[in-house]
Design a protein around this ligand. Structure first.
Ligand SMILES: Cc1ncc(COP(=O)(O)O)c(C=O)c1O
Length: 410
């Protein structure tokens, strides 16, 4: 392998020194949540030991320091995504929160009318499905679903067909960047271009992309892009919504409260400028600062190095599992992050439980993608999902444990 030093990367994750069921932990559930490196833990600890204070309104020293750290984090995240300004970066509780912010405010804005079309793909996580169903229920818009091919991919021609069929009525296209269930990378550039030509807004769910890819929101031309901190080596409860400045300006506020106001009286309230208009209440200050530290950590490793390494581990895992009789792998071979599979005649839950007893953390079930599981006529899969610290030994132990588990269950 190249200059990527996976043992050094592993040594920065304290949790990897611990055992599970008396075995060294093999953590392959990064798509559910990632582990936290020392650099992030240290920043969280430092925040509470040295900076903790409420931000924006305080005149005292600590409040000013905490405000500066919080706003510096916003600047760093803007640069990381290549947003055109930090005002386009809204802190949220996570990807789900960001999608609900957009779907709700689009609903309040009156931009969605009965008969309008909102399109998603069959690969979406429930959090990029249910908020749009709720918006359709409230507005009379209609939800259309771009089908998934037998290989677990999206064919842009199917989207073009949908555009023809719905002739000018598409208002929103909401797509995942990478499928959490199958690891499929969507052909976003082409689909975003077609959606814009049809006059639609595009919302991208980047929860599984930001940990693995360098994302340039301007190059992608996404109107909105969301992700969760906890999937990218930062704590839970923090996330980001990027939105184009002009579009965020047009949308009304979502939650009301402190921070998002300019002036309040009983005669009426005026609202704050971007990004604060969408940030009611005390934010997750430590989370935002730790998220910036996590992105710094990834940038120091080099996102391209990380994804090359992860892709090599995924290919090694796919190769190691192919000798198992009855193996079905889901998703295209150029998958990113996740490797999903089933073994004929064996329930994913039973196998996942046995594998756990051997110290291997993988996920079983529908991965919050029930419509996708229905499309393939399955109730779920076993999913091994990779991060920057997984090594060849992890892959070999996974393959060994799956083989052993299959033998026990057959
Ligand atoms: C593709 C995708 N979108 C959205 C989410 C929701 O993320 P969160 O629960 O952090 O809001 C997930 C979480 O698994 C995901 O994988």
């Amino acid at each position: 392998m190249s200059s990527y030093d996976v043992s050094a990367v592993r040594s920065s994750f304290p949790i990897l020194q611990h055992e599970v069921h008396g075995k060294p932990l093999v953590y392959l559930d990064n798509a559910a949540t990632s582990q936290k490196p020392e650099a992030v833990l240290e920043v969280s600890r430092h925040y509470y030991e040295r900076l903790n204070s409420n931000i924006h309104r305080g005149t005292h020293h600590l409040a000013q320091e905490a405000t500066a750290a919080h706003e510096n984090a916003r600047e760093l995240i803007a640069r990381h995504l290549n947003a055109s300004s930090a005002e386009e970066i809204i802190f949220t509780g996570g990807a789900t929160d960001g999608i609900n912010l957009i779907s709700s405010t689009l609903g309040y804005s009156g931009k969605i009318s009965p008969g309008d079309i909102i399109a998603i793909s069959n690969l979406e996580h429930h959090s990029n499905t249910v908020p749009w169903q709720m918006l359709c229920d409230r507005s009379g818009a209609v939800l259309e679903v771009i089908p998934v091919t037998e290989q677990g991919a999206i064919d842009p021609a199917d989207f073009d067909h949908l555009l023809e069929k719905t002739s000018g009525r598409l208002k929103v296209l909401a797509l995942t960047h990478i499928s959490n269930a199958f690891g499929t990378i969507l052909p976003l550039a082409q689909m975003i271009e077609s959606a814009h030509r049809a006059g639609a807004l595009v919302v991208v769910d980047g929860a599984q992309a930001v940990p693995h890819l360098s994302v340039d929101v301007q190059k992608l031309d996404a109107d909105f892009y969301v992700f969760s901190g906890h999937k990218v080596y930062a704590p839970t409860g923090i996330g980001v919504l990027y939105g184009k400045h002009s579009l965020l300006e047009e949308l009304p506020p979502w939650r009301g409260g402190g921070e998002m106001i300019r002036k309040v009286s009983y005669d009426g309230t005026t609202f704050n400028d971007l990004p604060y208009k969408f940030e009611a209440g005390t934010p997750n200050i430590e989370g935002a600062i730790a998220l910036a530290a996590a992105l710094n950590f990834l940038n120091e490793l080099g996102l391209q190095n990380v994804s090359n390494h992860e892709n090599e581990m995924i290919r090694r895992a796919a190769d190691a599992l192919t000798s198992i009789r009855g193996l079905a792998l889901y998703g295209p071979s150029d998958r990113s992050g996740s490797l999903s599979f089933n073994i004929d005649g064996i329930h994913h839950y039973d196998l996942g439980t046995l594998v756990d007893k051997m110290g291997i953390a993988v996920r079983t079930g529908h991965h919050c993608c029930q419509p996708l599981m229905n499309r393939f006529g399955i109730t779920g899969t076993l999913r091994a999902s990779f991060g920057c610290f997984n090594n060849e030994d992890d892959v070999d132990r996974l393959a060994e444990a799956v083989e052993k588990g299959v033998e026990m269950l057959r």
